[in-house]
Design a binder for this molecule. Structure first.
Ligand code: ZN
Length: 133
């Protein structure tokens, strides 16, 4: 894996959290994007080489909405940038990690993404992401 691409933070209100994170980080949100297939709205901030991704569920059934109602707001996942996501998925499966999707899926911010089960990474939901061309 190349670097920490972003840290995902689950929030109850994207609008309020964007404002708060602009104040906290001292940078403006550069993108707000809805990922309809995941029922989330996302907002991105650039902090040096790494991004912060805020996520709000758009419907009560969204995984993010459920996360916020059961665990509260907070860090939801860590995403690692990779150059060959399919090769990394195979490598991780061979190492015994549960990769949560069979194929990379189209995620926010022009990425191919896949997730590794949090129980296989000491309680941390782990995302791999690769730039989509
Ligand atoms: Zn993410």
């Amino acid at each position: 894996m190349q670097k920490i691409e972003h840290i995902g933070i689950a929030v109850a209100s994207l609008e309020q959290s964007i404002h708060k994170y602009e104040l906290l980080l001292g940078v403006s949100c550069y993108k707000v994007e809805e990922v309809a297939s995941e029922a989330v709205k996302t907002a991105f901030f650039m902090v040096g080489d790494t991004k912060i991704e805020l996520l709000e569920g758009t419907i009560p059934e969204s995984v993010i909405s459920k996360y916020v109602s059961s665990k509260g707001e907070g860090i939801h996942h860590i995403a690692y940038g990779v150059t060959d996501i399919k090769a990394e998925m195979i490598r991780l499966k061979n190492e015994g990690f549960r990769v949560l999707n069979e194929e990379p899926k189209a995620g926010a911010d022009n990425k191919w993404v896949c997730f590794v089960h949090p129980k296989d990474a000491n309680g941390v939901l782990t995302e791999l992401c690769q730039e989509r061309n």
